[in-house]
Write a protein that binds this ligand. Sequence first.
Ligand code: AMP
Length: 221
Amino acid sequence: MAPDQLNVVLLGAPGAGKGTQAERIVARYGLPHISTGDMLRAAVAQGTELGLAAKRSMDAGELVPDEVVVGIVRDRLADPDTGRGFLLDGFPRTLAQAERLDAMLAEEGRSITHVLLIEVPEDELVLRIAGRRSCTGCGKLYNVTFDPPREEGVCDVCGAPLFQRADDNEETVRNRLAVYRDQTAPLIDYYDAKGVLRKVSGGGKLPHEVFTQVAGVLGDA
Ligand code: AMP
């Protein structure tokens, strides 16, 4: 593998701030942002076959089947802009996905170089998710409590209205947290054993404070 590759996985519970850190990481390091959640939401919005198949699981806070997301990621990683590195956000979420990812990268002599685990206590996660909003125009993320826009409900950057994700309601959030504990948290040991896990503390921290730690891990690349 070329030593200058940054092949990064962002790991953390729903609401830990993966999307917010992803915005900063792609701006600083120029990596393509590969968010399976964003790709699935786009498919739902476009009403594609994939979107129709995924919608029910997403609305319930369940995971979409491994085959579906592995296929999406495989296609995206085949794009030439991932050659110097990439940022995976929300994938992998199961051990099976992690193993499939390792296998597809190994076929091309690539591997994951960094797994950034953003740790946030669970009661703080629920508060953060309840306040989360995104821009319908440019996708910028806000939090009505911790990081509000200047004018309520309006994006600072592009002026478009903000919206709340359909799966950011209390019942679905509890299920997503349980799914994280059961299916995704085992990835922490998986990547630790490979020596690529780096922990970042997100509890009670502002986005730029978390990013300082992230940049400490990823370096000056
Ligand atoms: P996210 O935006 O990452 O929180 O993802 C939103 C929803 O999309 C999740 O609750 C799942 O239903 C689905 N999803 C996103 N990524 C994955 C994945 N890697 N595996 C299975 N389902 C996923």
